[in-house]
Design a protein around this ligand. Sequence first.
Ligand code: CP
Ligand code: NVA
Length: 309
Amino acid sequence: MRHFLTLNDFSKDEILDILNLAAEIKKEAKSKNYISYLKDQTLAMIFEKSSTRTRVSFEVGIHQLGGKGLFLSSRDIQLGRGEPVKDTARVLGRMVDMIMARVYKQSDLVELAKFSGVPVINGLSDDFHPVQLMADLLTLSELGLNLQTMKVAYIGDGNNMTNSWLMAASKLGFELRVATPKGYEVLQWVLDIAEKNAKISGANLIITNDPKVAVSGADVVTTDTWVSMGQEDEKEKRIKDFAGYCVDDAMMSLAAKDAKFLHCLPAYRGYEVSQSVFEAHAEEIFSEAENRLHAQKGVMVWCDRKRYE
Ligand code: CP
Ligand code: NVA
């Protein structure tokens, strides 16, 4: 059985296989041909944090695949009152076919995977957001970018999205430039993994505190909120510390001609991205959001198939 906890658990070929499967399922869905690949299966969806896209895309996705999604807020289930993850995993594993969880600690996902006996999908943790990256990669490939040779610039906080971009680049081999303010760099353990992967894939990883260095000539520019879920108390300090990191027209003008801009959303205009850049790239951004649905259907079907191989 395979889980989907971080892209680091996947080979380049596996990531590309899942993307191809997602593209195929998307094509079927676009012609209203919803094939019940997961007929009568149940997906438990645990949420310790808020969500719009992840909740809706998984719930609609499992429905379109012929199954049913169960929304389980940690505020309502016993997990939120202290029932161990290990016990929650063993209960759910006896009733549902797959689990998606949005949690604080990545180690809770590992625990769910270890004890549930069913595939577990990471719907965002403090460390990684791999399903978002699958949607981003699907979007870029639809926009005609080569997932092995493109140059991507990530501008902003060294967070779960940055870590996931590092896993994607280092596995697939594309160039990733990461610019964070001082004090908000990607953690060393993540860089160690990425650099090890990059030795095999040939990916060029550039880590800097200068957004201009990162964005210069990039084919794709991306960013994320400066204040991730759980960091609300640091908001004021972060807004000061991230001065100069807003992706605005001046910054985009340094990127390649016709460079794409992605944002996982929710976006905070005037902070990590200007209103003008956001609206100029709205088509890309909302295709990226739509692709959460298609990419995750690919992930769910792929994980299900792996159970029977
Ligand atoms: N991008 C993303 O995961 O959005 P939600 O927090 O709305 O799920
Ligand atoms: N880094 C953000 C991503 C939201 C989808 C957060 O964790 O809040």
